[in-house]
Design a protein around this ligand. Structure first.
Ligand code: GLA
Length: 400
């Protein structure tokens, strides 16, 4: 339900426990009323490593989030307290040097990118905390960027659209964190809707929402608990390999800008001119884009079995051709495949760790979770953590 609060559109949502804690911490630290923001993590049903190739993705926002309290101060500086880290950072608006506290750089980076768009007239105070597991591939960083961008927009009214904010969030990663990410995570964080998945055309940024609300099916995430150390460097390598393929194919079709414009016949016709690794990377991206279109057709027909099969195929491609999986993720998929009630399963996000995403029939969720825990421990010696998620709305201001 949308309503007008202080002349602004606000989506109603009762203050949750997390927001309450952040609100109280803010009051006790700064002694004034803040604006409260909820900014979610995300899952991606299908369409992995396609966004930076101008392709298609199918993510959704979830019910794990960052809660942020924000209010203006009369200073020229920003004060930020991270409830989870129990750390505080203070910096002048005209001196956004890199911080030793990793989390602070997402906030400083976003502020610095916003300063390219408009003048920030005075400082502000922030308290934030959340329940998105860090390093699990659920985009806690995009959630932090989304929260601070919506927060600044509320305070200063720059008139930035959600699309512009998503691009600013992406630039924050490129220019201040060093990850050349695509736009999926920031976009879904700012555009997600409850019970809907969002098919995004990463070139035009046009999107369509598809209902995803079968009562009898749950989205279950299994955390490999492997932190993706390799992820950032290998991520940028994958991007470069895709670009290498495009450079070769451009000689034959100069209008090609990136893999979005390449057909399988053209790629196969020039297979011998590229090294096998580059060929396999390109082939995977072309196939995965097609899977996103096909999976959306499955949703239109309410055919979750077909949808799930495409998730298995996606994993196969990510593991064998794109090579961004790891032993633990492959083990999680192998175990899940044989369990009753599992419609589909694959690794999710950048890869080299993080979570698998599983579509599981509701009645089997408990037995599924139990088996995964037991067998994952047997096979890898590691514990997994399992999250049963709900598809929720994107970043919003919380009514108080
Ligand atoms: C990370 C990036 C996204 C996307 C995925 C892989 O989450 O931030 O832009 O590329 O990996 O699909």
């Amino acid at each position: 339900m949308m309503s007008l609060v202080n002349g602004k559109n606000v989506e109603s949502s009762a203050m949750n426990e997390l927001s309450q804690t952040i609100y109280e911490e803010f009051l006790s630290r700064y002694g004034k009323e803040p604006i409260l923001i909820n900014s979610p993590g995300r899952v991606n049903l299908i369409g992995e490593h396609t966004d930076y190739n101008d392709g298609f993705v199918l993510p959704a926002a979830i019910d794990k989030m960052i809660a942020m309290a924000i209010a203006p101060n009369k200073l020229t500086k920003v004060r930020v307290f991270s409830e989870d880290m129990n750390e505080e950072e203070e910096f002048e608006l005209d001196n956004l040097h890199k911080s030793e506290m990793h989390w602070a750089n997402y906030i400083k980076g976003a502020i610095s990118e916003v300063q390219q768009e408009g003048h920030i007239p005075h400082g502000f105070d922030i308290v934030f905390g959340g329940d998105i597991p860090i390093g699990a591939g659920l985009s806690s960083s995009a959630a932090l960027e989304g929260a601070v961008l919506v927060g600044m927009e509320e305070l200063f009214g720059f008139g930035l659209s959600r699309k512009q904010m998503a691009k600013i969030g992406q630039l924050t990663e490129h220019n201040h964190v060093g990850v050349n990410c695509g736009i999926m995570d920031q976009f879904i964080n700012l555009h997600g809707k409850a019970n809907k998945v969002l098919k995004l055309d990463c070139r035009s940024l046009d999107f369509e929402l598809y209902p995803f609300e079968r009562e009898d099916i749950r989205i279950v995430l299994c955390d490999s608990k492997v932190s993706h150390n390799l992820a950032d460097s290998e991520y940028n390598v994958r991007r470069a390999q895709c670009e290498e393929g495009v450079e070769i194919l451009k000689k034959y079709k100069p209008e090609i800008q990136n893999l979005r414009d390449v057909h399988m016949e053209l790629l196969k016709a020039h297979e011998d001119e590229m090294n096998n690794v580059v060929f396999r990377r390109c082939k995977y991206v072309l196939e995965e884009n097609q899977r996103v279109h096909d999976a959306c057709d499955d949703l239109k027909k309410n055919n979750f079995e077909a949808f799930g099969n495409r998730m298995f195929q996606s994993h196969e491609g990510l593991s064998k051709d794109y090579e961004v999986s790891c032993e633990e993720l492959d083990v999680l998929v192998e175990i899940a495949k044989d369990q009753p009630g599992v419609l589909g399963c694959r690794m999710m996000g950048g890869g080299f760790g993080g979570c698998t995403i599983n579509l599981v029939e509701e009645q089997y969720v408990d037995s599924f979770s139990e088996t995964i825990r037991k067998k994952y421990k047997e096979k890898t010696g590691k514990e997994t953590e399992i999250y049963v998620t709900q598809i929720s709305s994107g970043t919003k201001v919380v009514e108080q």
